[in-house]
Design a protein around this ligand. Structure first.
Ligand SMILES: *Cc1c(COP(=O)(O)O)cnc(C)c1O
Length: 361
């Protein structure tokens, strides 16, 4: 029996065990082809079925109608930072952004590089992004309103999405995509780098509404146009076949084993409550995000000093609890509780934290 540890990595991160087991099972012979998924042609009916089934599952999970296209685009979420303003800007209109941390800041930078009239409607920078600026006033004149639904590094998450006043919402959902239910109607575009919650690194999933596709300008590179992907079922060139395949297995697990996003959300709430209630009852551990802005995906916390934090992280690793070091830009500790992280793993972490506090506190 292979030893699996409890994985709290921020990305790439844990995948559901049944997904890894099925991938292992099928690696030498995918679906009776006598080849692995990475050895078959992306122009084959076998691969068509993989990508079409994955798209159908996302559409069912999010209740998407035919007004939305689901795309797989190489380059991760960072590529979307530049593709969004390039494809969705409208002459004479500003583009609006909300700045809630490192990734929002990176997205804003790309809009500015393109010389667009980039308005920052709200920001939580003055308090080191420890909260979500819920009070957003959109005047309704922008081409789109961009925000980051979950701030992977700062440990904050929008509990309630900003009110767009008729402007299409554009969202970087990389680190909480498919972790909860939400209404897609106000969204013109949603993107998510796969490696946080839905699969391996190497692609972003993009959900785009038809009226947004119609904005695609003629004079940008072919490969950077959303229409290039929508018109070719994400196979203008060779797609990241293995990534799409694993995403498909994760979606199957979400639908058939978990039973959809409502159930997933319930499990994620339970996991987050388990860890936050420990933080709230302790004076040794201190959460870094404001309570109304806490992320259910990335729980960020500090110990009394950096030396203790170092010892905490290394003792945890020894105990089979991996990935608890905070992002290098902020320090401290972070436990990422993505969909694939089990409640049992979270309970083991809480027990470890209690023991560590007793010994060191
Ligand atoms: C990780 C992350 C990114 C960057 O993703 P890449 O796929 O590495 O480009 C962007 N936004 C958010 C919210 C993230 O968590």
């Amino acid at each position: 029996m292979t030893k699996r540890i409890d994985n709290f990595n921020a990305g790439p991160s844990a995948l559901p065990l049944p997904v890894l087991e099925q991938a292992k099972e099928e690696l030498l012979d995918f679906n009776g082809t006598g080849m692995s998924i990475t050895e078959i042609s992306h122009r084959s009916t076998a691969f068509d079925e993989v990508i079409d089934t994955a798209i159908a599952r996302v559409k069912r999970l999010l209740n998407l109608d035919d007004n939305y296209s689901v795309l797989f685009i190489q380059g991760g979420a960072s590529m979307q930072f530049c593709m969004v303003p390039m494809n969705l800007n409208v002459a004479g209109k500003p583009v609006d952004y909300i700045n809630t941390g490192t990734w929002s800041t990176a997205a804003i930078k790309e809009a500015k590089i393109q010389g667009l009239d980039t308005r920052i409607l709200a920001s939580s920078e003055e308090r080191n992004f420890a909260y979500i600026p819920y009070d957003v006033k959109e005047d309704g004149n922008a081409a789109y309103l961009h925000f980051t639904s979950n701030n992977t590094i700062k440990g904050t998450q929008w509990a309630k999405f900003p009110e767009p006043n008729g402007v299409p919402l554009v969202c970087d959902m990389s680190s909480d995509f498919l972790s909860r239910t939400f209404d897609v109607k106000p969204f013109g575009l949603i993107y998510a780098g796969a490696q946080k919650n839905i699969g391996p690194a190497g692609a972003a999933m993009v959900i785009i509404r038809k009226d947004m596709l119609e904005r695609t300008p003629k004079n940008i590179p072919t490969f950077l146009k959303y229409t290039t992907f929508s018109e070719n079922n994400s196979m203008f060139n060779t797609p990241p076949c293995f990534v799409v395949y694993i995403i498909g297995l994760v979606l199957k697990w979400l639908e058939e084993t978990i039973g959809g996003l409502k159930n997933m959300e319930k499990l994620n709430n339970e996991k987050a409550e388990t860890l936050y209630s420990l933080l709230d009852s302790s004076s040794f551990y201190r959460g870094t995000a404001d309570k109304d802005s806490r992320s259910k995906m990335n729980v960020t916390f500090r110990l009394p000093n950096e030396d203790l934090e170092k010892r905490f992280v290394s003792a945890a690793t020894k105990a089979g609890l991996e990935g608890l070091k905070g992002h290098r830009s902020v320090g401290g500790c972070r436990a990422s509780l993505y969909n694939a992280t089990t409640i049992e793993a979270v309970k083991s972490l809480v027990q470890f934290m209690k023991d560590f506090e007793k010994k060191e506190g």
